[in-house]
Design a protein around this ligand. Structure first.
Ligand SMILES: Nc1ncnc2c1ncn2[C@@H]1O[C@H](COP(=O)(O)OP(=O)(O)OP(=O)(O)O)[C@@H](O)[C@H]1O
Ligand SMILES: [Mg+2]
Length: 329
């Protein structure tokens, strides 16, 4: 089964063709990062306009790279939320137009569920397919969720962030340190030349599986304001260490409370090398981590997820609409 996936929830215009929910035939991403970097963050109106400009060329590139014709496709998958309404609308309307023009079934996909399904993009080795039940740690620009996944499309939310998401915290810390946008990769790169020597607080929120990252960000801001940061590399390393420490400790704790087979890491922050290695080192069970390019926003993960929608007969009508505040569970 060949599916064209379309993703426009935030600042990446992306299209991909995926076979049987596992094998990437094409994966095209037009990033708007350079445009938004000028403003230090995403400007929603600018994002929707860029999606309009990029969407058709990106879909054509995805079809060409996959050497696919419209008649060879079996379905269209598109992100319906969560995300920016104006951005989501571009993808959903184009997807509906294609579905209507070519008589293809369409299914709307939750962007966060898509992030989880990046772990299914394993090519052709069936031994690597994730098994249920699993604990998913979704750490992205807008979310830090701990989720119990009992089967395809079957989620129980165990914990979430009470304030900043992990990726948002990296972005804000990078801004405080003058490292530019997006902050996650900038902090990671700068941290390579430093040591985690600054004392930064961890919010353990004992007795819950929730996260809070605003305190560590504010503590960093205070140190900078009080001129107590002599090395940006040490500050970046200390901040990264504090966030990773909490994410790994809480994920491992929740894993021990549930009889699960694996941990699935997902979302843009999952491309962070320290988080990946620390979780693997500390987890009592196998940890699956997508390739870095599949951790940040892409359409292959949307197509992969939709395969299980189509298998379950979850097909939408052309009334399909965006749901900007869509929840996973
Ligand atoms: N190497 C890294 N280390 C830490 N954070 C990273 C790294 N690479 C990317 N990030 C962070 O990941 C976030 C982007 O991830 P993603 O694209 O999944 O988020 P989003 O789509 O904006 O949010 P959501 O998926 O919640 O809607 C940014 O906040 C970015 O700073
Ligand atoms: Mg995302």
């Amino acid at each position: 089964m060949k599916i064209l996936g379309i993703e426009t929830s935030c600042d990446e215009t992306a299209a991909a063709v995926v076979k049987d929910g596992l094998r990437i035939l094409s994966n095209q991403i037009a990033s708007q990062v350079e445009i938004h970097a000028r403003y230090g963050g995403i400007v929603p109106e600018v994002a929707s306009r860029q999606h309009i400009l990029a969407i058709i060329p990106i879909i054509e590139q995805a079809m060409t790279q996959a050497k696919a014709t419209w008649s060879e496709l079996d379905g269209i998958a598109v992100t319906i939320g969560p995300g920016l309404a104006g951005s989501l609308l571009v993808g959903v309307n184009v997807a509906k137009a294609i579905a209507s023009a070519h008589g293809l079934p369409i299914t709307g996909v939750n962007h966060l569920e898509g992030h989880i399904y990046a772990n299914w993009l394993i090519g052709q080795n069936p031994e690597l397919i994730p098994r249920f039940p699993s604990i998913c740690l979704i750490v992205s620009g807008g979310h830090s969720d701990l989720v119990l996944m009992r089967g395809h499309g079957d989620y129980v939310l165990l914990g979430r962030t009470r304030d900043d998401a992990a990726g948002e915290a990296f972005d804000k810390a990078a801004r405080i340190l003058g490292l530019g946008y997006p902050g996650g990769p900038a902090i990671e790169q700068t941290a390579r030349n430093g040591t985690a020597s600054l004392k930064l607080p961890r919010a353990w929120l004992k007795g819950t599986n929730d996260f809070s990252f605003s305190g560590v960000k504010t503590a960093l801001l205070r140190l900078v304001e009080e001129d107590k940061v002599s090395s940006r590399a040490d500050a970046a390393a200390s901040f990264q260490e504090a966030v990773v420490d909490v994410l790994v400790t809480k994920t491992v704790t929740v894993t021990k409370e549930h009889r699960v087979k694996q941990i699935l890491l997902a979302g843009g922050v999952a491309s962070n090398k320290l988080l990946r290695s620390r979780l693997v080192e500390n987890s009592p069970i196998p940890v699956l981590v997508p390739e870095p390019i599949l951790c940040t926003d892409n359409a292959a993960m949307i197509a992969a997820c939709s395969y299980y929608h189509f298998q379950a007969g979850k097909i939408d009508s052309l009334d399909l609409d965006v749901i900007p505040s869509l929840k996973l569970a």
